[in-house]
Write a protein that binds this ligand. Structure first.
Ligand code: ATP
Length: 376
């Protein structure tokens, strides 16, 4: 037993795991606080499910420790952890009706009277909006309804932590959105800690108190949705969460960065003069202005209507900027771009090469660097 960390219900300490010699988790350290909605977010294969399974006890780490309320639980079997899991596939018992599926957990273990079972099942079904469905055959339910039964069944034993592995993955978009709201409400109503796995960044942003962004078995960033969106710590996070323009740049001095062959004011400091950096600019943070007023100018190579805004691509020195604007702009038009200092996010260079970025200006930029520093 270690000194419990105030408010921390699950603690992962230096968790490592490999399958067939391939590292899947490379030193995961994480504190999960009681009553929080925490989401593991990252691309397919980054180790989200493996981390979840280690918390559940279905998988054993090669090294590192798992703590529950300050007690090491590495050797505690899954059924003795105060944790339940909801999987993407509903895994309901097909031969039992809705009522019996939900009551199942209460009939195991300690004896609970039929009256108490009936009350608790009814309360649970009310919470997941399935009152009146007690006698229905689970096979006759829609995907969304089946998933609600699975959630009710997982919650009826009042676990301290509910693990949800892409539980909405099999639902269509509209139903997904409705269920996201419902899940968030259920979590707030019950005060149970939810640990949620998804590769859908929008889902993570809209539901979570805390997002843990993972890539290749390593935690990249832990923060609130606003932190992660507005202050991504590296180009990977910026690219994975929302759309981003990621450019190679150079920090000339504090509050002065150079990219796209121009010098810009920014709010970042603490880099070495001349340090190569990643510059991240969100598409919605770029203003479209007349060419003569622009800090940069280029030709619009495509315009796509997205409902609330247009998404335009502007070619500037070989880099394709993605910009969201509510003003209509003609394809082929020459436009200027204006970027406020607080829209320029300067990040330490990562190994990661973006999905959208075009790095062709980089060596050219480096060639000019020494002249620029002398000039400035
Ligand atoms: P997804 O979003 O696709 O579910 P994930 O981030 O949840 O991905 P994991 O399921 O944790 O990723 O898998 C991480 C890596 O470990 C993958 O390359 C996967 O193939 C591998 N892996 C997971 N479980 C096993 C296993 N039991 N045996 C061998 N390899 C495994």
């Amino acid at each position: 037993m270690t000194e419990p960390n105030a408010g921390v219900i699950i603690e992962l300490k230096n968790i490592r795991k490999a399958f067939d010699g391939e590292t899947v988790l490379d030193g995961i350290n994480l504190d999960i606080h009681d009553k929080e909605f925490v989401t593991f977010l990252g691309p397919s294969g980054c180790g989200k499910t493996t981390t979840l399974r280690i918390i559940a006890g279905f998988e054993t780490p090669d090294s590192g420790d798992v703590y529950f309320n300050g007690t090491k639980i590495n050797d505690v079997p899954p059924y003795k952890r105060h944790v339940n899991t909801v999987f993407q596939k509903y895994a309901l018992f097909p031969h039992l009706n809705v009522y019996e599926n939900v009551a199942f957990g209460l009939r195991l273990g300690k004896k609970i009277g039929e009256e108490e079972i009936s009350k608790r099942v009814k309360d649970m079904l009310r919470m997941v909006n399935l009152s009146g469905f007690e006698r229905r055959d689970v096979n006759s339910l829609s995907g969304g309804q089946q998933q609600r039964v699975a959630i009710a069944r997982a919650l009826i034993n009042e676990p301290k932590v509910l693990l949800l592995d892409e539980p909405l993955g099999a639902l269509d978009l509209k139903l997904r959105k409705d269920m996201q709201n419902e899940l968030k409400n259920i979590q707030m109503q019950t005060g149970i800690t939810f640990i949620y796995v998804t590769h859908d960044q929008e889902e993570a942003l809209s539901m979570s108190d805390i997002i843990v962004v993972m890539n290749e078995g390593v935690i990249q960033q832990i923060g609130t949705p606003t932190d992660i969106y507005n202050e991504p710590v590296n180009a990977f996070v910026a690219d994975f969460i929302g759309e981003s323009n990621i450019l190679d740049g150079v920090m000339l001095e504090d509050y002065k960065a150079r990219f796209s062959n121009q010098t810009f004011k920014c709010l970042d400091s603490g880099f070495k003069p001349g340090e190569a950096v990643d510059i991240v600019v969100r598409p919605e943070d770029v203003d479209v202005v007349p060419v003569e007023k622009g800090m940069l100018s280029g030709t619009v190579s495509s315009v796509t209507f997205k409902g609330v805004h247009y998404e335009i691509i502007v070619d500037i020195g070989g880099f394709k900027w993605m910009i969201q604007t509510t003003d209509f702009v003609e394809q082929g038009a020459n436009i200027g771009l204006y970027i406020e200092p607080d829209a320029i996010h300067v990040m330490k260079k990562s190994e990661y090469s973006g999905m959208f970025g075009d790095y062709s200006t980089y060596s050219e930029e480096m060639d000019h660097l020494s002249d620029v520093i002398e000039e400035e």
